[in-house]
Each structure stands twice: as structure tokens, then as C-alpha cells.
Design a protein around this ligand. Sequence first.
Ligand code: ADP
Ligand code: MG
Length: 313
Amino acid sequence: MIELDQVSKHYGDSIAVNSLSLTIQAGDFCVFIGTSGCGKSTTLRMINRLIEPSHGHIRIDGEDIAGLRPELLRRRIGYAIQSIGLFPHWTVARNIAVVPQLLGWEPQRIRQRVHQLLELLHLDPAQFADKLPAQLSGGQAQRVGVARALAADPNILLMDEPFGALDPITRESLQAEMLRIQAELHKTIVFVTHDIDEALKLGNRIVVMDQGRIIQNASPQQLVQHPANDFVANLIGQQDRGLKAAACTTVAELLQPARMPLPSDQPRLHGSDSLKLAVSQMLWHKVDCLPVCDDSGQVIGELSMQRILEQQP
Ligand code: ADP
Ligand code: MG
């Protein structure tokens, strides 16, 4: 869990972040969205102490990070940014291995981890481990950046507009990749974007910022259905209708009777899950139908991809 408690950042007379309070739960995919200069990156970089707050406190799992050594803190937190920052003269494998090496892992363990991460990011280890960054496409380099951020298996991942420079198709595939990784690894992710499509696609919690403050902190459903003010309404006004519906319709609304028998080894949806989550689960598990259960774990029905597609406006 990450808690920001009345955190401010001043630069001379100007205020980049203004007494911001926010709790991000473990396992959340929290997206900061807002116009350029509203304080998103500054807020993110205060969480790993690349920037020190002027006022306020930040706690991780209850511990005030001001009392931790920044370099040790940063080894526990993955960080991925748009410009990637791969070392140009190091191979892909060596770039990914940076933090495990700092942590003093055995070479054999590092090799295995690099291999595992390349596979996780769908980069064939035999083909990519020994390449140099200049030999990669933008999308491949960004995948390496994500792999590097995950290398030491941090609980927290900070991502600052990581896909901002990619073309739309590569960008979509990396967004899908992030949903898959999150479904598999359950990290706490704080993700900065200025793109509302990206925010609604990825986040289960969306924090809209303006002028260093939080305007709205809500689930995608709440944000779309009850924008806090005109600023938020305008932000989501341009939003694609299909995606909007997927973000604010729940699985329970489209529930179908369960066929018998249900395979026991399948993941389950909850009635309160959004269709967006249901679709990403189906794509990830490569199935076109999933059982739906209630809070007690009792199966109450199922949901098929066909049924979701019929609902698209
Ligand atoms: P965002 O990531 O939302 O685009 P930033 O967090 O980078 O915005 O910046 C927030 C505000 O703080 C901006 O007005 C920016 O100009 C200002 N700012 C950021 N870094 C510095 C700095 N090192 N010195 C002075 N002002 C800064
Ligand atoms: Mg920024």
C-alpha cells in the first residue's frame, strides 16, 4: 500500500504538487491522468525519492520512506519511463540484469531471471538477449524497459508515460501486455498518462489531476458515469463509446445461466468486475467463456465473449 499524506512540491514560488493526499492499495493499477504540467511525473518521482517533497509524508506499507536510503528504496520499486534509458553499449540481457546485479544475485540466478522476463515480455531469449538497444524497434526496446523494471521482482512498479512515443498498434499490444502481466503478477502499479483511452483501458483506479491537485479519484465506472466536474467530463467526452461501455458495464449485468458442468480449473469472474476486465481475462486465458461467482465463491453463471460483443454499441 502506498499512502501520500498532504504531499507538496514547491519550486521557488511555483507549486508543482499541492497538498496531495492519496492511498493506493496493494494490487491496484492506479493511473494518473491530466494535462501536461499538472504534476503527474513529480508525484510519481516522489514515490521513489527521485524528487524529495517540500511538505508531507509518503508511506509504503506503513513505513515513512523519508527514513529509508533512496538507493535501497529504488531497488524495491521498478521504474519505467518513455525514454527507456537503456545503456546503449550493453546487451539487452545486461540491461535487464542491472538491479539483480546491484543486489548481488548469483550469475546463474540472474541468467534465469533474464530468460524468464524476456519470455514474459514475448521476446525470444535466443534472439534478443545479446542484441544492443540500437538493434531493437521502439516497441521491443520498451518491452526491455518493462522487463528491466520487473527484474528484481519489486512489489511496486512506477511507469511514466512508458508507451507515449509508440505508434498506436505497438502501443495497444504493450497495453494488452501490461494487463496480462498485472493479471499474472498482481503488482501495485502507478502509471502516468495523458491519454484517457489508455487510462480507462488499464486502470482499476483513475486519479485525475489538475494544477498539482487531485480533481477526482475513482474507478473507471465512476469516472465515466459521474465525472466530478466539467474538467473531467471534457476529458472523457471524446472517449470511444465501446470502451466507455466496457468500462462501466459490470459482468453481473450480462450474466448468463451456467452450463453444466463448469471446468474447475478455470479462473473466475466476479459479478462486480467490469467487462473490460472480463475481456482481458478471456484474452489472456485464451477462452471465450468464463464462470462468474459471487463474493462467497459460489458460481452464479457465466459470461461469453459472444454476449459481450452483442452488447457493443
Ligand atoms: P506532468 O508530468 O504532469 O506533465 P510535472 O510533474 O513534470 O508535470 O511538472 C509539474 C510542474 O512543475 C510543471 O509546471 C513544471 O514546469 C514544474 N517543474 C517540474 N520540474 C521542475 C523543476 N526541476 N524546476 C522547476 N519547475 C519544475
Ligand atoms: Mg510528466
